[in-house]
Design a protein around this ligand. Sequence first.
Ligand code: PHE
Length: 513
Amino acid sequence: MTIKLKKQVIEIFNIIKKKSTEIVAEDLAEELNIDYIVLMSAVNDLIAQDLGGFKEKEIYNVAPNEEGRVYLEKGFPERQLLNLMLESDVKEISLKDLMKKSGMERNIFYVGISNLKKSRWISQSKASGENKIFLIAEEFPQTEIEKFFDRFKENSIVDYSELSKQDKKVLDILNKRKLIKKIQRTKRIIYLTEIGSNISTSEIEELKQISKITPEMLSSGNWQKYDLKPFDVTKPGPLLKTGKIHPLVNLINKIREVFLSMGFTEIRGPIIESAFYCFDALFQPQDHPAREMQDTFYLNNPKTAKLPEKDRVLAVKEIHENGGDSGSIGWGYQWDIETAKKTVMRTHTTATTMRRLSEFYRNNDNVPVKVFCVDRVFRNEKLDKTHLAELTQIEGIVIDDNVTLCDLIGLLAEFYRKLGFKKIMTRPGFFPYTEPSMEVSVYYDKLGEWLEMGGSGIFRPEVTYPWGIREPTRVLAWGQGLERIAMPYYGRKDIRDFYVNQLKWLRQQSYLK
Ligand code: PHE
């Protein structure tokens, strides 16, 4: 029986046959000066004919990390400090002076000092009143870790399996000092099967395959003489790394579609807001903790914002002081217009909603009004896996007669259902501007948890009265976090993922979602 193989595969096969040692695929590709993929595809042809195969072997290499590489060149901090003392020929020096002289970062300096003490090359004493270092040894031979590190001068990596017991102990120390990185790799070892090792060259024939038919071949009828290379449609095609829309923008567009399909129109407002629209119009007392510096970014430039028409400002003032004509008794303090003029980075898009309520008043609009806003907000917040300081909010309001909490829950459920989330939960919550108020959560199956998406509620009369909105007209409002929604939407566990631009993940995202 003869076996047919491509010319190059025969060549590679013959070379493998001649080798007596273990054949590492990468090494062989390098030796033959061919692409690794070409070699492995040849090996696959051998596998198909039962002539050869490959095994995978995990290998661990170790190498100095970034900090380690610096020490490879300059010496460990302890050696650097020692050299400093030796060069300037001082047997004692104050800790402070040595630190200054070394120009080292504080913590690295102390690592050096502590290791010099461990080797008993120096001692430290405050006996003279000053914190001093004394050189107490005569000789300063290479330490174990220095000897170990030296081998990286010749080889950039070292095979872990080739290390002795003693080496591994030293490596442990370097690991604890966080100067080493582990590199894990899979090595492919090529071998021949019994058939492959015993087959004689005369039993192998060259396979003449073509992958293209030219017009000439067609007209001459020559094509019939050739073996056609079959297409393997199960093999993945090359990865196209072309530009595409960022997943967050895709989601924003999707959310726009959802709102539009529910009969809403989009509104936008300024990022730099007055405290008036951000807080005062929302009946947040001027000493409310959310206004404090920790949560809100106040601006120096511009320092003050323009307020709306005087009588509306006055109406808001009345509400705060005594409830005005809303039926409320207000907060009972003296409202300060200067505090309301302060400029802030908008902390929520509810500020933009308030601007829409003021227009409602000015335009004498008819109900219903259904608007939404998807935009940036800013909070002086610690970042963690569910919190961002700069985030996107999705805000919606419905101004209509006799609307109720049931309508609000229905709208939220519909909104999330259209985004593909079936399980939502609302719980009683608190916002100074809504009554009743609800927290909205969505079930995230990947984490097995409910993720909080934001707040919602019906605006209090104290919020709506200054803008001429009164019973039976009510305002349903909600504000949700876009990036929070994006987590279950894209299956991410860390909200920061959307802003670190991990290329690997971005490339895997589909063009349309
Ligand atoms: N503004 C609230 C927030 O930023 C959300 C909210 C909007 C709550 C509208 C109730 C009504 O968390």
